[in-house]
Design a protein around this ligand. Structure first.
Ligand SMILES: Nc1nc2c(ncn2[C@@H]2O[C@H](COP(=O)(O)OP(=O)(O)OP(=O)(O)O)[C@@H](O)[C@H]2O)c(=O)[nH]1
Ligand SMILES: [Mg+2]
Length: 407
């Protein structure tokens, strides 16, 4: 409920009260019990609020019934998240995805609106023709929405293809890629900013980031990786919303490395970690090499910090405690990123002819150079490259093996 209040505030809504009901089973018509509906209706009459937000998803029928009974607008959790997404989408791609998600959500609710009209008509003594007209209107509207969804899907597909080509371009640059993932508000954008000076908006808001941003990160040894900030995850995110953001989330599925940011200061950090695990599993990215950053340690006192780190280290043994805002623990994090992203490293021994030193600089950038020796004919170097980048160094490694004095 605290998170729902944060979501509401992020959407620009003032929260005047919260209420919880325990029931052994949900009321199919209203979700909540009749007594609760009645007391909400009375509060509404007293002018206490304009809007009811329900933390559970409502069926179209439940939503209609509640609105009729309370005489106020009723939204559910998904609709608040959709509203925030709509407010925060900045790129063309983001906007397309949000519009598609909203229309998907609206489609079954149009039928609900129709049922509502007919019901009201019926109570008033019902004019048959009016119902018939409504039905036609609704059908026209539904057809229009379905067509719009198809158009959007096509456009999103085009954007996806473009992203794919961009990624292939990056592949050509042969840099490893790392995706920063985590629960919303964990500090992902702050971390990207502090590591790369990206200047991405970071705020005390949920879903501040919707559109991915990629920046180059130089690791201490000189190797470069591409770092991408992504949309945050949240509990009970409806699957059609996740599907709408498939293009964005591809940044995660295609990454060589996952950097998972956890907000150690949140009392719900364990549940948030669980949600992130579930989404990563859904995306098929749970088994990728991963570095876990326990962020916001500056907000905890020494003893609660020790307790929280201890608890999470059971699940994530190599986790690094950091503070993105205070720049604490970043050196350790970079070295963890360096090591975790060497999964498919191929050892190389190459001979670089004089005048071709650019090749060594290149190897430092995509992989690493551990030792060099000046020999007749060039520089002999021992190092490594990620598997996908080995080919461009092959010509030099054959030379190295044939060269006199080679090991
Ligand atoms: N005290 C403290 N606050 C932090 C730290 N890292 C991030 N924050 C704050 O946490 C809030 C959320 O940070 P963001 O970087 O926007 O979080 P995010 O994970 O990108 O969030 P979304 O894009 O909304 O999913 C901001 O107000 C940050 O200033 C930290 O190490 N310590
Ligand atoms: Mg962000």
């Amino acid at each position: 409920m605290a998170e729902l209040a944060d979501l509401a505030r992020t959407a620009g809504i003032e929260v005047v009260g919260t209420d919880v009901q325990r029931r052994s089973e949900v009321d199919p018509a209203h979700l909540i019990g009749r007594g609760k509906v009645e007391s909400l209706r009375e509060l509404k009459l007293e002018g206490e609020f304009d809007l009811v937000i329900c933390n559970e998803d409502l069926s179209p029928r439940q939503q209609r019934n509640l609105e009729l009974a309370i005489k106020a607008r009723v939204l559910d959790r998904t609709e608040i998240i959709l509203e925030i997404f709509a407010q925060h989408a900045r790129t063309h791609e983001g906007r397309l995805q949000v519009e598609a998600a909203r229309l998907h959500h609206l489609l079954p609710r149009l039928i609900g609106a129709y049922a509502y009209d007919r019901q009201v008509g019926g109570r008033r003594g019902g004019v048959g023709a009016r119902g018939g007209f409504g039905e036609q209107q609704i059908e026209v509207e539904r057809r229009r929405i379905r067509k719009r969804i198809r158009d959007l899907d096509r456009e999103i597909e085009q954007v996806r293809t473009q992203r794919h080509q961009q990624r292939t371009g990056r592949r050509r640059a042969e840099l490893d890629t790392a995706a920063i993932v985590g629960y919303t508000n964990a500090g992902k954008s702050t971390l990207l900013n502090v590591l790369t000076g990206a200047g991405v908006r970071a705020e005390q808001k949920l879903f501040a980031t919707l559109d991915p941003t990629t920046r180059k990160l130089e690791l201490p040894a000189g190797r470069e990786v591409l770092l991408t900030d992504t949309v945050g995850f949240i509990q009970k995110l409806p699957t059609d919303l996740v599907a709408a953001f498939r293009a964005t989330l591809e940044e995660v599925t295609e990454a060589d490395l996952i950097i998972q940011v956890l907000d150690l200061s949140s009392p719900a950090v364990e549940e948030q970690a669980e949600t992130v695990e579930e989404v990563l599993t859904d995306l098929g990215a749970a088994d990728k090499p991963r570095v876990v950053a326990l962020n916001k340690v500056d907000l905890l006192g020494p003893s609660s910090r020790r307790r929280a780190i201890g608890a999470l280290s059971v699940r994530y043994p190599g986790a690094v405690a950091i503070s993105a805002t205070n720049r604490a623990g970043l050196r350790e994090l970079l070295s963890a990123i360096d090591h975790a992203s060497r999964g498919d490293a191929v050892p190389l021994e190459i001979l670089v002819p004089y005048g071709r030193e650019g090749v060594l600089a290149e190897l430092r950038k995509v992989g690493g150079v551990e030792r060099t020796e000046y020999v007749e004919g060039g520089t002999r170097a021992w190092g490594w490259a990620p598997r996908h980048a080995v080919r461009r160094f092959e010509t030099f490694s054959k030379g190295a093996l044939r060269a006199p004095g080679g090991r």
